[in-house]
Ligand binder design. Structure first.
Ligand code: NCD
Length: 313
């Protein structure tokens, strides 16, 4: 893999390797100060640039901390839409061409336009890897990998899971990438739950069909979660609403104590975060709530990813 733009690129052996590496990085990170110092010597002399045109807490900080933990130097702009030359009218292509001149090896990019990462790849020279940290309503492949890792850590397999994807599935890129990734495994079933107008898009439904992964759609949350091993909830992507789009508060689906009652005792609740109101605070103390731990997994998966790309350079 030269660039990482879509969850479609991941092969099963590669996913397995990333999980093993993430486990190992977690172990070494907790072992001792000595071991952390050794890790921090691993890629000394390498640098990456992180270029975020959209808000981010977890993706940017976990990537940057992951890089720092394995010795990679980081420079970063967290609000490139406003603070980079994009505000003056510079194109993605010109920005990427220019950053490549600084001889950094990885560019991690989040952008508000769907397809922005592909535009960056089209002009990236040989020495530069582009990692898509979220492109508009498109994909968020590193999130899919950490989500799959979280599922794997809990259920022990990426096969034969019953996954409920809920919330704003039309505009949320994390659910799209996760659906793509899990559809390549055997025996998974998806149930989509969303307010009218926010349903999962047809391209993903076709992708699932092509991969013989079954799916259904419902607006009955209680029935949907009943047999699920994974309940993956997402927020309304307010910033992506078009003019005239609206969703009434009472149309939004909320995971609360009453929904917990309908869930399996061994299920897990996931959310890419940030959570707004779609998971009630009362759920946080339930042992099935995995969203904060899920975010923590993200850093170890990103250490594994960066290690993979830097080791190939
Ligand atoms: C997600 C994103 O940016 O797509 N956040 C994240 O990376 N964990 C989800 C969201 O913003 O709702």
């Amino acid at each position: 893999m030269k660039h990482f733009i879509s969850a479609e690129q991941l092969t099963h052996p590669q996913v397995e390797d990333f999980f093993i590496a993430a486990d190992e990085f977690r172990r070494l990170d907790h072992l001792s100060l000595q071991s952390r110092r050794e890790l921090a010597g691993r890629h000394i002399g390498r640098q990456l640039i992180s270029l975020f045109y959209e808000p981010s807490t977890r993706t940017r900080l976990s990537f940057e901390l992951a890089a720092t933990k394995i010795g990679v130097g980081v420079v970063s702009t967290e609000n490139a839409r406003e603070f980079s030359s994009a505000a003056k009218g510079e194109t993605i292509e010109d920005t990427v061409r220019n950053l490549a001149e600084y001889n950094a090896n990885i560019l991690i990019m989040r952008h508000h336009e769907t397809g922005a990462a592909e535009r960056a790849v089209a002009v990236a020279p040989d020495h530069m890897t582009i990692i898509n940290a979220g492109d508009g309503k498109g994909e968020h492949p590193t999130q899919a990998l950490l989500d799959a890792y979280t599922i794997y850590c809990h259920t022990g397999s990426l096969d034969s899971n019953t996954i409920v994807l809920g919330g704003d599935l039309r505009q949320g890129r994390t659910a799209r990438s996760l659906a793509k990734l899990l559809s390549t495994y055997d025996g998974n079933h998806f149930t989509f739950v969303s307010a009218p107008g926010f349903e999962m898009a047809d391209d993903i439904k076709h992708y699932l069909d092509e991969h013989t992964t079954t799916w259904t759609e419902t607006n009955d949350v209680h029935a949907a979660v009943h047999d699920a091993s994974v309940v993956y909830w997402t927020r309304l992507q307010k910033e992506r609403l078009g003019e005239g789009d609206s969703v009434k508060q009472d149309q939004q689906f909320v995971i609360d104590n009453s929904v917990l009652q309908s869930m399996r005792k061994d299920a897990i609740i996931m959310h890419p975060l940030p959570r707004v109101d779609e998971i009630a605070r009362e759920v946080d103390d339930d042992p099935r709530a995995h969203y904060f731990h899920q975010a923590g997994n993200g850093m170890y998966i990103r250490m594994a990813l960066l290690d993979y790309f830097f080791s190939a350079k």
